[in-house]
Design a protein. Structure first.
Length: 340
């Protein structure tokens, strides 16, 4: 049963995330309205290219229909209210370019690919980085610790897209070991057959490695610092004075050092998703980044808007779940002086 203090803490966090979510959605709305390009003008231009003999009266009717279809004929404040209400209902509207196709359908076809790329790579980097960082901190002063620190500092400052391009150039174009892009061969259709799964995993390796390696250094550095701090704690010094085995001491240190890293996992999701979007563009991976890039190039604002709505909602949900887990594993969290 959830205690009163825990419920109060989670309620506060949920309210904070809700307000932040509205602010983030508002920023997306304002930024897209500041873009000077009018998407209806683009559609009218395409219409004129297809039918140069269209009359001015017909053109005016088409413009009126497009403005009504995309609700651009309403006042800005009404567009904003409609946008927020639809965002909370999950109604993302229709694409400007793929007229008649819902934005949610476009995004839902790409979201699984992004999750398939981001979640395993981020969790793997978190687990491996914390493990080697804890070992380096425990073996402070050793050659392993010094080497890991240098490598981790370099990796932590390496942009996702730069590492993706480096891996693509080295292993796809120079060594010709992995395919240069896409999520699967163009001659295959997505299915659950062993042949397709094998081909998809083969195409998955380089995008996965670019996110995994880029995130590894930061976790290793952070865990090394936390481990060294824990090793100087009174309870560890007392445990060592009692003659406890190194494995027992390391287990205590690792467990207590991991608590802040759980919070760090939630905070890193934004960077991981942003890195994944750029990685998908580099590898032409059919995820949210690829869809977003095409939508920006085509001035398909509802798709751009929808991608950000889904990404923001996903990140905030992940943050709330991590807050919940953190409140359960760390009894030191207090609300109003009470233990959770």
């Amino acid at each position: 049963m959830i205690s009163k203090s825990l419920a109060k803490y989670l309620g506060f966090r949920l309210a904070f995330l809700l307000v932040t979510y509205i602010v983030a959605l508002s920023i997306v709305f304002i930024m897209l309205r500041l873009v000077p390009t009018n998407p209806v003008d683009r559609l009218i231009t395409q219409l004129l290219q297809l039918n140069p003999n269209i009359t001015p009266e017909q053109l005016k009717e088409y413009m009126k229909a497009y403005y009504a279809l995309f609700e651009l004929d309403k006042p800005l404040w009404m567009q904003y209210i409609t946008y927020l209400s639809k965002a909370f209902r999950g109604d993302l509207g229709f694409s400007y370019i793929n007229v008649g196709r819902r934005v949610s359908d476009i995004i839902m076809s790409a979201l699984p690919w992004t999750l398939f790329l981001v979640v395993p790579a981020t969790l793997a980097a978190w687990f491996v980085g914390n493990s080697i960082g804890a070992y380096a901190g425990y073996k402070r002063g050793s050659l392993f610790e010094k080497t890991l620190l240098i490598v981790s500092l370099i990796l932590s400052q390496t942009p996702y897209y730069w590492l993706a391009m480096l891996l693509l150039f080295a292993f796809a174009y120079r060594l010709n070991i992995f395919p240069p892009g896409q999520a699967y061969p163009p001659t295959m259709l997505p299915s659950l057959t062993p042949q397709f799964i094998q081909a998809a995993l083969y195409h998955y390796i380089l995008p996965f490695l670019s996110i995994f390696i880029a995130g590894l250094g930061g976790w290793a550095i952070g865990m090394r610092v936390l481990t060294i701090y824990e090793l100087g704690s009174d309870y560890i010094l007392f445990t060592e004075a009692l003659g406890a085995k190194d494995s027992i001491v390391f287990r205590y240190v690792f467990r207590n050092s991991m608590i802040p890293q759980v919070t760090g996992l939630a905070l890193s999701l934004g960077g991981a998703v942003g890195g994944a979007l750029l990685t998908e563009i580099v590898f032409s991976y059919p995820g949210m980044g690829y869809v977003l890039n095409r939508a920006i190039m085509q001035t398909d604002y509802p798709v751009v808007q929808g991608v950000f709505v889904i990404l923001i909602a996903t990140l905030f949900l992940a943050n709330f779940l991590v807050d919940f887990v953190y409140a359960l594993i760390d009894p030191r969290i207090r609300i109003g002086g009470e233990k959770v």
